[in-house]
Design a protein around this ligand. Structure first.
Ligand code: NAD
Length: 371
């Protein structure tokens, strides 16, 4: 390599940084665990870095691209979601940005599944009984009961990578699945799951034959015991079917009063004020959240209301937070590895320098040849 590339990383992503340094890169890592101020990112980009490693905490828009005019060549996002990056601005400045899809799919899907079980079986309030010395007796139904997951019906909203992986976990629990996705219906996948359901039934492994089908959104909400959300955050104007406040008062009221809502996608997909009311007034049975409209969750959030604590699980944006998923330097296994590989592809001109062929670049449309 004849040029020494300069990179600024807005947070430490572990050993993958050394991997870049071993290739001769000069990498500066923002040393604090909190996100840097946007003005600092602007300053670093202005100083002429070739690459920026960003996370979902960093707003990446025209101000950043303008600061990097003539020098910034790539933004490598350490996440699959990229709602913090203004795609139109990146395209206008012709800066490719990459993400870390696929490697966090299973970790996120299993976390959503575990959240569903934790919520429904009331594991958090149950452990509190033990810890707070309130476990006074064994009783058939006191002080409370949970609901089984096995054999129930789950609505999966968004059947992309994580939604499909989540469905695979549900098969082992004999669940029926209502799928909804306005843009991507994977009927081959649905057929494969149905064949597995049929086989499990034929071999006597299940008493009832489980089923799976695509249905309209309202039908999915009305028919489900659990609703798990796996959509990207798309604001008005970014999609024909935006997901911002998809779960508002109207749609929450479509759910069964006993149904549980699980969200590992992005916070603004749910109108939190409406959800807090839904929980307080028992329009739905409960909710388990990993993501919020504002992160970290503000101290005065209505979701912190102790009156709903028994049916509202609050995780700290933790669904992909597993060792291999977060830190492996192998681009087939870890977000760190995939993030730096995306950066290397662009800076070192892999794939003959053709950005449209680079697997981790998201905004390929900005580089399509117009003949
Ligand atoms: P993906 O692009 O593979 O799948 C998203 C699916 O949502 C697509 O099939 C798309 O057609 C569908 N969709 C779009 N608009 C919709 C709408 N209005 N209603 C229903 N479906 C709609 O993405 P993925 O890899 O499965 O990730 C999904 C999202 O999960 C990411 O964008 C990210 O925001 C979030 N995520 C969160 C964590 C976490 O730590 N909590 C981890 C990973 C991903």
């Amino acid at each position: 390599m004849n040029k020494k590339f300069r990179v600024f990383a807005t947070c430490d992503i572990g050993e993958a940084i050394d991997l870049l340094r071993r290739r001769g890169y000069e990498v500066e890592v923002y040393p604090q665990p909190e996100p840097p101020a946007k003005s600092l990112i602007v300053e670093k980009v202005k100083s002429g870095v070739d690459g920026l490693i960003s996370t979902l905490r960093d707003p990446i828009d025209a101000e950043i691209f303008e600061a990097g005019k003539g020098t910034l060549k790539v933004v490598a996002q350490y996440a699959v979601g990229f709602d913090n990056i203004n795609r139109a601005d990146a395209n206008r400045y012709k800066i490719p940005f990459t993400n870390t899809a696929d490697v966090l799919t299973e970790a996120t899907a299993e976390f959503a599944f575990f959240m569903m079980g934790t919520l429904a079986r009331k594991m958090w309030p149950a452990e509190h009984l033990t810890r707070k010395l309130k476990w006074g007796y064994w009783h058939p139904y006191l002080p409370f009961l949970g609901d089984e997951v096995t054999g129930k019906t789950v609505a999966v909203i968004g059947t992309g990578r994580i939604g499909l992986a989540f469905i695979k976990k549900c098969v082992g629990f004999d669940m029926n699945v209502l799928c909804y996705d306005p843009a991507y219906e994977n009927h081959g996948f649905v057929q494969a799951i149905q064949e597995i359901n049929d086989l499990r039934h034929a071999r006597g492994l299940t008493r009832e034959k489980a089923w799976i089908k695509y249905v309209p959104f309202e039908e999915a909400l009305r028919g489900a015991d659990f609703v798990s959300v796996h959509v990207p955050l798309l604001r008005a104007g970014e999609s024909a079917t935006p997901t911002y406040h998809l779960f508002n008062e109207k749609n929450l009221r479509l759910m069964k009063p006993t149904a549980y809502l699980v969200n590992t996608s992005r916070g603004p997909v749910i109108d939190e004020a409406a959800l807090a009311r839904a929980l307080r007034e028992n329009w739905i049975g409960g909710a388990a959240l990993d993501v919020y409209e504002k992160e970290p969750l503000p101290v005065d959030s209505p979701l912190r209301d102790p009156a709903i604590a028994d049916r509202c699980r609050l995780m700290p944006h933790f669904a992909s937070a597993a060792r291999i998923t977060r830190l492996s330097t192998d681009p087939e296994k870890g977000m760190a590895g995939r993030c730096v590989q995306g950066l290397i592809d662009v800076l070192e001109g892999s794939y003959g320098g053709d950005v449209t062929k680079m697997p981790y670049v998201v905004n390929k449309e900005a580089f399509a040849k117009t003949s």
